[in-house]
Design a protein around this ligand. Structure first.
Ligand code: XMP
Length: 319
């Protein structure tokens, strides 16, 4: 796409002008926006950019290795893999209220990121994958009624606190343009097309108390579910799909024995922007096959349900 190629060139020039020979840090989440921003800035200023990938212990199966591996080995970026699982999980110990979960994770995320950023000498800029819709939203919402349904977790407020200037090379783009730019920069198409994943991660897909045991079961079940969706060629038709592990054990039978394991809920929705959503109309065959696979392959789950709530009145995530 020649226009994207030209845009890429122009942005590289603009980033170089803005940053000069200063250092830039970036919180890499593995999401499309921060990934494309990092790839673009890396092209402009190379090793002046350092990314920090915070592993809060609430990521999906193999996610940290995949993201860090791709950026470090495939794209040659400097990435610090912050292994802070213990810190986050112990802070969440015994917490079951959704808002307290989000605030705990958000607050710790900022502390942890700041800790790593402080070690990068001479950092003057913070890169963010802010998109055009984020820019307009923050303007049109100001002064309007403030109704907070869920507190979203990101690095808001961080730049001021750390005395950093922002580099936001995606501020003029919509999501589909960011994807095109990402392809132009050589990010793998499978990566560009990934479903959104919330900052608080699996914490909000584990209603009630978060335990390591539940997280491990959830990771396995989610991996089987997504594998099923990919095998059936449905991944790109769906806006977002995931498993939530329910805070309830139920009785089942397996072989000659009685089981007493967790129930889980599958979620899959179509949406344009995440503001409204419809549940995805899987065939009964698909649902049956997926339930059987999860119960056979994931120890700790003996019952599978499908969430058929649309948004509104439901939200996409369970918390
Ligand atoms: P809900 O559950 O509010 O989600 O219908 C709408 C979209 O937003 C994502 N989401 C989040 N993303 N931080 C994020 O970065 C968050 O705290 C957060 N909460 C929800 C959700 O995955 C869906 O795509």
């Amino acid at each position: 796409d020649w226009t994207m190629a030209a845009y890429r060139e122009e942005m590289v020039t603009r980033i170089r002008e803005q940053v000069g020979d200063a250092k830039v840090i970036c919180a890499l989440s593995g999401g499309v926006d921060s990934s494309v921003a990092a790839a673009l800035i890396h092209e402009a200023v190379g090793d002046q950019l350092t990314c920090v990938f915070v592993d809060h212990g609430l990521l999906r199966l193999n996610e940290a290795e995949e993201v860090v591996g791709m950026f470090r080995d495939h794209m040659n970026l400097q990435v610090i893999h912050a292994q802070e699982q213990e810190r986050f999980l112990s802070a969440l110990d015994g917490v079951s209220d959704p808002e307290i979960k989000r605030k705990t994770i958000g607050r710790l995320f900022i502390d942890v990121f700041q800790h790593y950023a402080d070690q990068i000498e001479g950092a003057r800029f913070l890169a963010q994958g802010t998109l055009y819709p984020d820019v307009i939203e923050s303007v049109s919402f100001s002064g309007g009624p403030s109704v907070t349904i869920k507190s979203h977790h990101n690095v808001g407020g961080l730049p001021e606190k750390m005395g950093l200037k922002l580099v936001e090379p995606l501020r003029e783009l919509f999501k589909d343009e960011v994807r095109a730019l990402g392809r132009e920069l050589g990010l793998p198409p499978s990566f560009i097309g990934r479903h959104p994943f919330p900052g608080p991660g699996l914490a909000i897909r584990c209603p009630g108390e978060i335990t390591r045991e539940k997280l491990e079961i959830l990771r396995k079940a989610d991996a089987v579910y997504i594998d099923q969706i990919r095998r059936h060629g449905l991944y790109d038709d769906i806006w977002q799909a995931f498993v939530a592990i329910l805070p309830v054990r139920t009785v089942g039978v397996m072989g000659d024995g009685r089981t007493y394991d967790f129930a889980c809920a599958l979620r899959a929705v179509t949406s344009v922007d995440g503001m409204t959503a419809d549940y995805y109309p899987f065939s009964h065959d698909f649902l049956g096959e997926t339930a059987t696979r999860i119960i056979n392959e994931v120890q700790g789950i003996n019952r599978v349900t499908y969430d058929i709530t649309s948004k509104p009145p439901g939200t996409i995530e369970w918390e």
